[in-house]
Design a protein around this ligand. Structure first.
Ligand SMILES: [Zn+2]
Length: 258
């Protein structure tokens, strides 16, 4: 049984161990393919390089809403170049974060729209980060919806009405270790209404170590199995059948070539 970690940040400085060791532990746990997500120009470059050198590794490039203010219009032009590179499978993570508001709302909206324009032009799927900004995220996405091939809300935590709004539009939801948390009931309720052909799995590592390894930091792809088992249980499926279904969804969402 193999799993795909569809959203990790393996280029982040949180990791002291060599990447080979992290990936060996991941393979040993059955997590054999990964997508590493860049959040600014520098990490996009590192993500592209990592994907180039590792079989089963893919990259997503984008400018995270936290970095929207520091991103210049030249950076957006660079992003357009990065999005053409080999093994880049989506644009993101992009969206709106009104929880921290590290970047002004106006700039977040501009940078979000610029990335959706690029995704539409290139027919690339988009990976959405939305925190305390669901209404605005939805409104902006609705402007582009007809031109975007596929949309996933990453690290989705519910609630059910927002989840339903995502599903109604034909979009996808991606779940992290939050579904394993004692206080993760809202995320579990969301997962319970998302069909397997709209569901993706991710660690979002180095963040969000799942139970029962929540105390171990940084989170790494090997830990995806805990989240996967919890979701399989929620869906009342044995892990192998669940893995088959969600792997198929991930593979077709991102058009993974291996
Ligand atoms: Zn992320």
């Amino acid at each position: 049984m193999n799993w795909i970690d569809t959203h990790s940040h393996l280029t982040y400085p949180d990791y002291n161990d060599p990447i080979e060791d992290i990936l060996d532990r991941s393979r040993a746990a059955g997590v054999t393919r990964w997508i590493t997500v860049g959040t600014d120009i520098e990490h996009n470059r590192k993500a592209i390089d990592l994907a180039a050198g590792v079989e089963g590794m893919f990259a997503i490039v984008g400018i995270h809403p936290h970095h929207a203010s520091e991103a210049s219009n030249d950076d957006l032009a660079l992003l357009a170049e990065q999005a053409r590179k080999n093994k880049v499978v989506a644009l993101g993570e992009t969206g709106l974060d009104y929880h921290y508001t590290f970047s002004t709302k106006d700039r977040q909206l501009e940078v979000f729209r610029a990335q959706l324009t690029l995704a539409a032009e290139r027919n690339l799927p988009v990976v959405i980060h939305s925190r305390d900004a669901f209404a605005d995220t939805l409104a902006v996405l609705d402007e582009f919806a007809a031109r975007l091939p596929r949309v996933v809300f990453h690290c989705h935590g519910g609630p059910v009405d927002q989840t339903q709004a995502i599903l109604d539009r034909g979009w996808f939801a991606s779940f992290t270790g939050i579904v394993t948390f004692k206080n993760g009931e809202t995320a579990r309720q969301a997962a319970s209404i998302v069909p397997l052909d709209r569901m993706l799995l991710e660690t979002d590592c180095p963040f969000i170590s799942p139970e029962p390894v929540r105390h171990i930091r940084p989170c790494e792809p090997a830990m995806l199995v805990h989240t996967a088992r919890k979701l399989a249980e929620l869906k009342g499926l044995d892990p192998a059948a669940f893995a088959d279904a969600v792997n198929h969804t991930s593979q077709s969402f991102f058009v993974l070539t291996i």
